[in-house]
Design a binder for this molecule. Structure first.
Ligand code: SF4
Length: 204
């Protein structure tokens, strides 16, 4: 079953890439934080304006939060996220000399940065193999019977790490995100021509 899934993911997404734009490590970290409960497309739109106006960590740390809210107001939870942007930038400047730390412990100590954000950050920068379970990965894992229907996010992460080879975690994670985003969508998944119909419990 896993082989079938892997082959289909390879067929659909032979070169999976993260769809968030960023030009340095802190932009990646902040953009991943911003992407919770919103689309990468929307994050790319607001973050373009954000980093054009505030083009350094120091300027972000000194930004007026109300202005940050105005810039990112079209994304979910923008009030909270605007505060996180300023708080992350401030911690990176004051505690880490402007360099994003690379250990889970340090990253998770930053405001608004949780396990999923850390996993995605570490895998995207190829610091270590990881699987970040976002809403797409979680849904697809359940539909494909990789995890129980009532599995939580952490259980799903652990199960996926068991079924996929460690050296392929980063790639499989990206493929599952893209599969959930463009094919096995939350609403109206494209089941008619899906090659995983026989093993799927979410088939429409
Ligand atoms: S059959 Fe439909 S629900 Fe199942 S994996 Fe394919 S697209 Fe998703």
């Amino acid at each position: 079953m896993v082989k079938q899934i892997e082959e289909y993911l390879d067929e659909l997404f032979p070169n999976p890439k993260c769809e968030l734009n960023y030009s340095n490590e802190y932009e990646l970290l902040i953009n991943i934080m911003l992407s919770a409960q919103t689309t990468d497309k929307r994050v790319n739109m607001v973050s373009k304006e954000l980093y054009e106006k505030y083009n350094s960590l120091v300027s972000l740390s000194e930004a007026d939060v109300e202005d940050l809210k105005t810039i990112i107001r079209s994304i979910g939870n923008y009030n909270k996220k605007a505060n996180f942007i300023k708080a992350i930038a401030t911690e990176l400047v004051t505690k880490y000399n402007g360099v994003v730390p690379k250990t889970r412990e340090e990253l998770e100590s930053l405001p608004g940065v949780g396990r999923k954000t850390v996993n995605l950050f570490l895998s995207e920068l190829n610091i270590e193999p990881q699987i970040a379970v976002d809403t797409h990965v979680h849904r697809v894992s359940k539909r494909l019977n990789l995890v129980d229907e009532d599995a939580d996010v952490l259980e799903t992460e652990m199960k996926l790490k068991e079924v996929f080879k460690k050296e392929e975690w980063n790639r499989r994670h990206l493929q599952m995100v893209l599969f959930g985003r463009y094919k096995c969508k939350a609403v109206k998944p494209e089941c008619e021509n899906c090659k995983l119909r026989e093993i799927c419990r979410g088939v429409k």
